[in-house]
Ligand binder design. Structure first.
Ligand SMILES: Cc1cc2nc3c(=O)[nH]c(=O)nc-3n(C[C@H](O)[C@H](O)[C@H](O)COP(=O)(O)O)c2cc1C
Length: 345
C-alpha cells in the first residue's frame, strides 16, 4: 500500500473518542499498523499533559492528539505535544491560526476533521496538511452530508491528502475510499468496539445489539447535531417539548451539579421565556454542561441504559469485538480481495 502522510504502515486512522481513545487503545492501534489519536477534548490541562506523556511512553509508534483549540489549557497542551514528539494534531471547531502556525513550525502535521465542504476549503486555507472528512453516518458530533457525497466533493475541491470517515469498518471500505482518491480511512466506532477499547463490556454489548435505525441524530442532547444510540434516555430527550426538556435539564443539573454558567436568575428567566415558547437556550446550556457526565455514565461507568452512547451508524452492522491486531489483519485481507474485484469490470 502506498505511503501516507502520517507514515503508519497502513493508511488507517484510529480517531479520537472522548474517554475511549486512551493511551492503551492508541498503543494497540498503532502497534497494529494504524495511526492513533489520543482523545484530549474532554480532559483538563493537567490530565491532558499526563495522558500525552503516558502515550509517548507506552506507544512504540508515532501517534497524534485531538483537542479543541478553544479549550482551557490548549496552549500548554501544544507545548506538551511538541516536547513529547507528537506527530499529528486533530481538531475541528474554531481553529486558531497562531496555534496552527506554531504546530507547523514544529513539524507537527495538522489534520482537522471537517463535516462539510465549506469547512474543508477553509481548513486548507488555514494551513491544514491533510483532512479527515466525516460524513453524516459518523459517530459523535456530525454534519448532514453523507460520506460518499462529502468525500467526492472535497476531493474535487482541495489539494491536500484526505482520509475518509463515517461508516467504515472493513477492507472493502478502505479500497472504496482509495479508489475514490482518498489516502485512507479513519474509524471511530470500529475501534471503540475492539478488545483494547476501555469501554465496559455491558456497554460494548449495547453497541453490538444496536440496529442501524436506532443510531440517529439529535440536537437536543448538547445543542449540536450528535449521532448516538437512541436508548430510552436519549429517546426521552429527543421527543421532549420545551417544558419537558427544561425539567429534564434541571434534574440532570441537580444530579450532576454542573449548572455551568446558568445562575438561578437565568433559570427563572428561561422558565418564563420557555412558557412563552421563545427560548430554549438555558435548558440547552444546562444539558450541554451535563453531557460529559451523562456520556461517562455509559462509556466509563458501564451503565448503558442511563447514559449516552455516541455512535456511528456502522455499529448497527458490527457483530464482533476483535483485538486491534486481528481487526487490522482482516481489513488488509479484505482490501486485497477488493482489489481483485476491481480488476474486471
Ligand atoms: C464514542 C465516540 C466519541 C467521540 N469523541 C470524539 C472526540 O472527542 N473528538 C472528536 O474529534 N471526535 C470524536 N468522535 C468522532 C470520531 O472521532 C470519528 O470522527 C467518528 O467516529 C467517525 O465515524 P465512525 O464512527 O463511523 O467511524 C467520537 C465518536 C464516538 C463514536
Amino acid at each position: 500500500m502506498s505511503e501516507n502522510i502520517l507514515g503508519s504502515r497502513y493508511p488507517i486512522i484510529q480517531t479520537a473518542m472522548g474517554w475511549v481513545a486512551t493511551p492503551q487503545l492508541v498503543a494497540a492501534s498503532t502497534s497494529a499498523g494504524c495511526f492513533g489519536f489520543l482523545a484530549l477534548a474532554t480532559s483538563s490541562k493537567e490530565e491532558a499533559i499526563e495522558l500525552i506523556e503516558e502515550t509517548a511512553k507506552i506507544s512504540s509508534f508515532p501517534f497524534g492528539i485531538n483537542f479543541h483549540m478553544f479549550q482551557p489549557g490548549a496552549k500548554e497542551i501544544i507545548e506538551a505535544a511538541i516536547e513529547n514528539n507528537v506527530k499529528a494534531v486533530s481538531y475541528s471547531r474554531s481553529p486558531i491560526p497562531q496555534y496552527i502556525e506554531k504546530l507547523k513550525m514544529n513539524n507537527i502535521i495538522c489534520i482537522p476533521t471537517v463535516g462539510a465542504l465549506k469547512h474543508a476549503i477553509k481548513a486548507e486555507k488555514l494551513g491544514a496538511d491533510a483532512l479527515v472528512i466525516q460524513g453524516s453516518e459518523g459517530g459523535g458530533h456530525t454534519g448532514s452530508t453523507p460520506t460518499t457525497l462529502l468525500l467526492s466533493s472535497v476531493l474535487e475541491n482541495v489539494s491536500v491528502p484526505v482520509f475518509a470517515a463515517g461508516g467504515f469498518r472493513d477492507g472493502y471500505g478502505l479500497a472504496a475510499a482509495k479508489a475514490w482518491g482518498a489516502q485512507g480511512i479513519a474509524m471511530g466506532t470500529r475501534f471503540m468496539m475492539t478488545k483494547e477499547s476501555p469501554v465496559p463490556e455491558n456497554t460494548k454489548d449495547a453497541y453490538l445489539q444496536a440496529d442501524i435505525d436506532e443510531i440517529s441524530v439529535t440536537k437536543k442532547f448538547d445543542g449540536l447535531p450528535h449521532r448516538l444510540i437512541f436508548n430510552k434516555y436519549i429517546q426521552n430527550i429527543d421527543k421532549s417539548n420545551p417544558l419537558k426538556l427544561f425539567f429534564i435539564s434541571l434534574k440532570s443539573a441537580w444530579k450532576y451539579k454542573q449548572i455551568s454558567q446558568a445562575s438561578f436568575g437565568d433559570i427563572v428567566k428561561s422558565f418564563f421565556a420557555m412558557l412563552r415558547g421563545d427560548d430554549l437556550s438555558i435548558s440547552q446550556t444546562i444539558m450541554a454542561a451535563n453531557s460529559p457526565a451523562v456520556i461517562q455514565k455509559a462509556m466509563v461507568e458501564g451503565n448503558p441504559d442511563q447514559g449516552a452512547m455516541p455512535s456511528g451508524q456502522v455499529a448497527g452492522i458490527i457483530k464482533e469485538i476483535p483485538s486491534c491486531e486481528n481487526l487490522v489483519k482482516e481489513i488488509i485481507e479484505q482490501y486485497h480481495k477488493a482489489s481483485e474485484n476491481l480488476k474486471t469490470l
